[in-house]
Structure formats: C-alpha cells, structure tokens
Design a binder for this molecule. Sequence first.
Ligand code: ACO
Length: 309
Amino acid sequence: MTNADFEKLVDTSDEWIVSRTGIRERRIAADDMTSADMAMEAARRAMDMAGCTHEDIDLIISGTVTPDYRLPSNSCVMQEKMGFPNAVAFDVVAACAGFINGMSIADSYISSGAHRRALVIGTEKLSYFTNYKDRNTCVLFGDGAGAVVLEPCDSGSGVLSTFMKSNGSMRSWLWSKVGGSRNPYMADFAFDGSDKIQMAGSEIFKVAVKEMSNAAATVIKDAGISSDDVSLFVPHQANIRIVEAMAKRLHLGMDRVFLNIHKYGNTSSASVPLALDEANREGRIKPGDYVVMVAFGGGLIWGSALVKW
Ligand code: ACO
C-alpha cells in the first residue's frame, strides 16, 4: 500500500508521511493470510539458511500482538501445522519489542543448557488491527514476519548481551482498549476505533528516543566493547526521525544504521528480524561483526541485543 493509496482514504499527503515518518510503502497481507502463515514462511526460510530440520528445533518463541487466535498461541499453531515433535512453543506479547524479548529468553534457555536450538519469530498482521479512518495511525503500520534460528556456538561469539525493560504506567499511550476481559465486545458495539490501535504518537516519540538509546548503550557496555566497535545498528523501524535522533544521541553516523522503513512501515515485532535479514542478505553483516538490535513498543516496553555475527 503506497502513500498515494492513503491519500484516497484519509486527509494526508505523501509529503507529510515521508517527511514525518520516512515511510513510502507497506506490505498488506491477503485476507486469507494470517500472522501464523507469514511466520511459517519466515521459519522455513530461516531453517533452510541454518540447515536444520523440524526435529532439531526444541524451542519456538513468537513475538506477536496479532495472533491467529486468542487461544492457543501462534507458536502452537505453527507447531501443529509444520510439525516440531521435540519443541515447546509459546508466544511473547511485547509489541514491537517481542522479537528481541524472544531472543533474550531463547538466549537464556540455550545458555543454561535447558534447550539446544530455538526458532525465534516476530510476526504481525497489523492491517487487521489498524483503524483505516484514523490518519494518526493508519499510515504507519504494515504486515510482515521474520525469523532466526539460535543454537550454541563458540564462546566469544553469538548473543553477547541483552537488555529488557518496561514501564506499564504509560500503557494507554499505545493500546487497544476494547476486546479483552476488561472491556469485552458487546453485541451492540458501535465502531469508534477503540478496538483498534490507538496511539499518543508524540508522547511515545520522546520516550522511544531516550530508551532505545539507553538500551543500546547498555548492551554495548555489558559486552565490554565501545559503540565504535559496532558495525551495524538494526533498530525497530517505527519512524525515521526516531532512528536519526537515537543515532545522534549515540554519536553514530547513519551509515552504520540499517533502514528499510520506506518499504515496510512499522511491522511491530517483525520489524527487527525483517531488517536483520535484509541487512544480512545485502552483505551488510560479515562474520565477526558486532551488531546491535534495539526495539521499543506498546507496554511501554523496550529491549536490545548485541550479537557477534
Ligand atoms: N497526515 C497528515 N497530518 C497528520 C497525519 C497524517 N497521516 N497524522 C497526524 N497528522 C497531523 C496531526 O493531526 C497534527 O495536526 P494538528 O497539529 O493540527 O493537531 C500534526 O499532524 C502533528 O501531529 P504530531 O503528532 O505532533 O506529529 P509527529 O511529528 O509527532 O508525528 C508520529 C506523528 C509519526 C505518529 C510520531 O509521533 C511517531 O512516530 N511516534 C512514535 C510511534 C512509535 O514509535 N510507536 C511505538 C511503536 S508501535 C507498536 O508498538 C505497535
């Protein structure tokens, strides 16, 4: 869906969207394609790249706020459809930070020896959750999925440090008020957008810049390296101005920051793995490189992970 498509839906313009967000296009899944369907495609490609089989995977974690069902988890839907006989499967609900939180959990489980090989996914069908009458939010979001396989590796490489934090007092800055047990759907529910994404964008903007910078700085410090050592930053693609402000706070040139927001918009938990995959396939990441991933989302919740590739 292009910015021109949105000009026909709401009072907006290509100029406003590009200058305020950096977004030019987003991908919208077909009606019959769900977040679990996209996750399975991403999982297949990650497993092909890793050269592993379904039997090898013993942990599946999906970050998503748009699962196929309220119950069971998307990860269990995938397990049933793809067949992972040796795995435990569950979802994490951490909005845009879901993939990084999933990586952090998988890293802990693998480091402890409890699990051997994890499939970590970020997948979202935000288009079903977006109010296409609200210009403040609808131009921002898109659909997508990305996945990685994590397994033990030589010490000194792999996931070196992770960081996660949240602050629930700002939960109503980015939420969907209706549809849970607090405010269930009523038979006579009149659409006012409260069952879709509602966001206090400019308030979130400031916290996102500060906390994404702090999270990235924390994983760099915890790994005992400096930000000059980092070859590539792979941030959550919510808004190009947030990413630029974060880079400024970290004294980073944008040449070390990966961006693909212009093509996909904000895909919540899918954003970081989509960017990581594109960066890798474009040859932007080489063995031995330090890569920092960082994300921020509804909760509010944020996190970062530093990997030696
Ligand atoms: N087209 C034209 N005008 C618009 C549009 C639009 N699509 N959307 C908003 N405007 C208007 C507003 O109505 C407002 O008009 P007013 O001054 O007459 O009231 C004006 O533009 C400015 O609005 P602001 O909110 O101040 O614009 P801002 O510069 O903050 O940009 C944005 C808005 C893009 C939402 C930005 O605040 C942002 O990116 N925030 C952070 C989003 C984020 O990171 N969310 C967390 C992750 S998402 C997740 O977890 C699922």
